[in-house]
Design a protein around this ligand. Sequence first.
Ligand code: ADP
Ligand code: MG
Length: 472
Amino acid sequence: MTNIVLYQIPSSEIEFLFHGLNHPYYWNPAHSHLMRWDLRLTTTDMAIASDPLTEIADLPGDIILDGLLDDGIHSKLCHQIVNAFREQRNQTLYLVGDRFDCPHKLFPFVNIKQWQLPDSVTIANFLKQKNVYCDAVYRAALGLYIGELNNVLQMYASFQGEGLASAIADYKIRKLQGRGITVVPQPDCHAAGLDVLDGILAEITDLLKPEAEIAGLQFPRGTILIGPPGTGKSLFAKSAASRLGLPLLCADWAGLISPIPGESVANLRALLESAEASAPCLLFWDDYDKAFASADLSKDTGEEKKLAGMLLTWLQDRTPPVYTIVTLNRINQIPPELKRRFDRTIFVDLPHEGARHDIFGIHLLKYCGAIPNWSDRDWKILISEYGECTPDEIGKAVYLAAVRSYRQGRTRQITIDDLLYQRKQFTPANIANPAQIQSIRNNSKFALKASSDDRSKWRVEPDPIFKTMLGR
Ligand SMILES: Nc1ncnc2c1ncn2[C@@H]1O[C@H](COP(=O)(O)OP(=O)(O)O)[C@@H](O)[C@H]1O
Ligand SMILES: [Mg+2]
């Protein structure tokens, strides 16, 4: 019997495999001769013509053959492996590849191994040894192999600190895109007025530190964000990813669900596997209720039911640090058992006065280059006129005011009057349909609020009758 190992290992880590073996032989399709590792690779005088697996049959020792599995383990290769197993060779054969599926019929003949990702302490030590350790670089480096990380550090040798962290994060995103996963684009602006959510980001940051692993603290599962459309739920998920320097993988029901039997489940499995492989990362289910609105989870059939069940199990069992963010409009549209899998349910309401001021600030900065120096009185009028507006409506009004001022020859000069004019051009969704927002609020009474009480100077004490009417 020959000892045969099918080793799933990234090309960047093969050198570490050399270190662990006893002067192994090595070959890949780019070599005309067999190579040997002895602190470095040298060529032997044994030529390999076309069939390495047979040609090296009489050679004793550890032999690594790379690239044979790249095109899949087809029938001929399967037979060659089984034959090699039966031949009583005095060797251990390592067939290595980045990704491969081992056919079931090979299971009795081979040992399947997978190269493991380094743990957080190993990464931290490696970065310290390279003199590039800081929190941001460390977070970006999590989820990479050491050899891979070493190559990336060499590629960006002149980078340090935040610059290096974002170069590593970009590298990870490029790697994911290579696997056909949607990586959500950068946010169009910072999300203002969501201070409770900002606190959660700080918590995630702390829980990604090596100390948290040593303290035995589990990485959190994720958050459900509920609230009316346009309140910044998706924006928060995007800006969370960019602030944490982690990739944001987007799960899309429409893309997952397929009419071909079994394919939806395979799609979801592939997505979850990729999320685990790119951990730490954020997995983002935008407008999650759209899928569940149609799924009747009390029935035993249906593709959605199967997917939902699979997702529930995964949320329960997954170990790599994948933080799941789910956004939805109404909490009663998702099954309670799903809700229980998340650490928190957070309600994103319409912005209070202080938040409205900050949201205007962010959008004005985008179009004017600076926040205009308006009097407090003007600000108060503006904030009050945009009461019951969503951040999305505010952002759009600022954009339209910028367009109008540009067309009137006042580029980058938005006035209070421009914004008051824009306010008259639309009816906020929540004034057009107050019952909807009230029902969302009623259903979210027990959820944590995304923003804490307004303590800014813009705060206006609402009339108690009005307050009751709005359900606040
Ligand atoms: N908190 C916020 N601060 C600044 N702008 C915001 C905020 N929330 C939303 N916006 C603006 O509205 C747009 C749409 O918001 P989005 O996050 O898609 O809403 P939701 O997902 O809650 O429906 C954003 O791209 C941004 O321009
Ligand atoms: Mg959204």
